[in-house]
Structures are given as structure tokens and as C-alpha cells.
Ligand binder design. Structure first.
Ligand code: SF4
Ligand code: SF4
Ligand code: SF4
Length: 307
């Protein structure tokens, strides 16, 4: 894609300038991996390495959680963002994990990311905010927007396979399917899913909303949580993770994408999104920094009967 070629040139030039001038201490972007269909995160501190930056339709990783590595360091870092990365940055700013002075956000156009076969990824087919929702500057003429839209610029082949723009409305389809089951059927379904979990914590580590400084699942104190990958301990982990990101999950789909056991983590996240919207009204986490998450504010007319 010619547009992305131009974006790559602009990315490398900008990163080089930012590092040479000392404007930032480091730059987060992506690089080509060991296969043509692999584009993985890259962090550079040396301007001479700017030419390693690469952005294409395989740059699926959400980089925002990587900023947590520097939350105790005042130096500014630049980060290139698609829509989902930018929502992660908003999450970190709202959670006061980083300050605006610590980050320079550079928005990029997102065509929607594809797998090795060229098919649009599920998370991208269902994406509602492919454009950066915030940025200090942009490349590739992308518009900063808090309005929902579909990814643009996907290949005609990928668009044919998945019907681009038609699946954002189906984000809750899996939730609806499970809602139709009996309690016993739901229990059996989730037990089967949780039994698969190997407690690798990839879902936690990739998540911008899972940003507690001390995770309860890392505690060395006895009697808090079991680290064993048993069915009940795994269920406890899954429910704890889901409740910790409830109302704060930015819907980037990374947790499910990186899960090596194909556990449908987004189904739980979206069930919570649905319930929160039913109780508190429409809300998209990580889109508008000025809107306090529903579970982060208290109102006397909150729909909680026990209050
Ligand atoms: S989830 Fe949206 S913003 Fe993120 S890579 Fe996919 S289409 Fe782009
Ligand atoms: S990524 Fe999947 S297997 Fe790993 S801890 Fe999370 S749910 Fe379990
Ligand atoms: S819970 Fe999953 S979808 Fe939500 S912000 Fe974290 S990684 Fe993204």
C-alpha cells in the first residue's frame, strides 16, 4: 500500500528527529519480524535505529501497555498509535499510571490488521475506533476522532472474506448466544474454557487496563490466591481479571488475541460492557479522557439497590 509506505518513511524521519533533538528518550513502534507476516513491537533509544521502524497490516500489537515500563521515570517517550493503542494511552492517563508530560502520542491511520492468510482479524473486524482518539501529532493524514467508524483501507480480498464494517454490530453476538443457555450449560461452558488456562498471564501482561502496580496474582503471601492451574483457581483468576477491567477495558481485543489456549476472553469483557451500559448508559472506555468511567464515580442515584 502506497499510503503505508509513505507513513513508514514519515515514522522513521520523525523518530530520528525526536531522538536526535532529545525531545524524547525513547520511541515505541513496530519492526518487521522473522517472517513477512510478522510485525512486532520495537522500542528504540538510538536515532541510528530509526530505520528499523516498520508499520504495515501485521502491526497488530497494542503498544500502550509497554508505557508502564516507564511509569516511574519522568523522561518523555514517543509512541505511535492506531485507534486501539490510543485508547490504551487514554486508559493509562485516566488511571494516572502516566502523565501527559511522559508521553508524546503520534497517530497513524489503521487499515485493519490481517492474519497470515490475509483475513482481517476478528478484533479489527469488530473495531469501532480505528482512528486515534487522541494524538499530539499525526502522520498519513489520519483524522483524530472520537466518533465510531470502520477500519478503512483494508485489502479488497480481506474485505470480501469478513465483510468489513458489518461486524461491529455483532460484537455482542457471542454474549447473546451464551445468554440463551441455561445456568448449568453456562457453567459447563466456562468450566471447559477455564480448564484450558495455563496461567501464563499473557492476557494480563498485554492489557493497558490491567495496570495495578502489584498484581494479586504475583503475591508471595500465602492464602491469597492459588497459582495452581486448577479449574477453580483458573476461574477465580478469570473472574478477578474481568472485574478489575470492568468499565475500564478499552475493547482492544489483545487479551483474547494473545491467549495461547483460545479462551474467549472478550465474551466476558463484552458481557460486562453490556451490563454496565444497561445500568449506566452508553459508554466507550478510553475514548474521551474527560469522561470518568461509570464504576469510577459515585452518584446518589446510581442503580445499585444496596447503596
Ligand atoms: S482493533 Fe481497530 S485500531 Fe486496533 S488494529 Fe484493529 S482496526 Fe486497528
Ligand atoms: S492468556 Fe489465556 S492461558 Fe494465559 S493466563 Fe490468560 S486466559 Fe490463561
Ligand atoms: S481486557 Fe483485553 S480488550 Fe480490554 S483493554 Fe485489556 S487487553 Fe484490551
Amino acid at each position: 500500500m502506497k499510503e503505508l509506505h509513505n507513513v513508514n518513511v514519515a515514522m522513521r524521519t520523525l523518530a530520528r528527529e525526536l531522538l536526535e533533538s532529545g525531545t524524547v528518550a525513547g520511541v515505541y513502534g513496530w519492526k518487521k519480524g522473522s517472517r513477512p507476516t510478522l510485525t512486532s513491537p520495537l522500542y528504540i533509544q538510538d536515532a541510528a535505529k530509526a530505520d528499523r521502524l516498520a508499520y504495515d497490516q501485521y502491526a497488530v500489537s497494542n503498544l500502550s501497555a509497554l508505557l508502564l515500563d516507564h511509569r516511574n521515570n519522568d523522561k518523555k517517550r514517543a509512541i505511535f498509535v492506531k485507534g486501539c493503542d490510543s485508547r490504551g494511552v487514554v486508559r493509562l492517563l485516566q488511571d494516572q499510571q502516566i502523565t501527559p508530560e511522559q508521553v508524546l502520542v503520534i497517530g497513524l491511520p489503521c487499515p485493519g490488521m490481517v492474519d497470515e492468510a490475509g483475513s482481517l482479524l476478528t478484533k479489527c473486524a469488530e473495531c469501532r475506533f480505528p482512528n486515534p482518539v487522541m494524538a499530539d501529532q499525526v502522520l498519513g493524514g489520519v483524522e483524530v476522532s472520537k466518533q465510531p467508524s470502520a477500519p478503512t483501507g483494508v485489502t479488497a480480498e480481506a474485505a470480501r472474506k469478513v465483510g468489513v464494517g458489518s461486524r461491529a454490530g455483532e460484537r455482542m453476538a457471542q454474549v447473546a448466544q451464551l445468554e440463551g443457555k441455561t445456568a448449568a450449560e453456562k457453567e459447563a461452558y466456562w468450566a471447559e474454557q477455564h480448564d484450558k488456562c495455563i496461567r501464563c498471564y499473557a492476557c494480563r501482561n498485554v492489557c493497558p487496563a490491567c495496570n495495578c502496580r502489584d498484581c494479586i496474582f504475583d503475591t508471595e503471601k500465602k492464602g491469597w490466591v492459588s497459582k495452581a492451574a486448577t479449574s477453580s483457581a483458573n476461574a477465580f483468576f478469570a473472574i478477578t481479571r474481568a472485574m478489575h477491567v470492568a468499565g475500564r477495558c478499552v475493547d482492544c481485543g489483545e487479551c483474547e488475541r494473545v491467549c495461547p489456549m483460545d479462551i474467549p476472553i472478550m465474551t466476558v469483557n463484552r458481557k460486562l460492557q453490556q451490563d454496565i451500559e444497561a445500568l449506566f448508559g452508553p459508554y466507550d472506555a478510553g475514548v474521551d479522557e474527560t469522561v470518568v468511567p461509570p464504576l469510577g464515580r459515585y452518584q446518589t442515584d446510581d442503580p445499585e439497590e444496596f447503596l
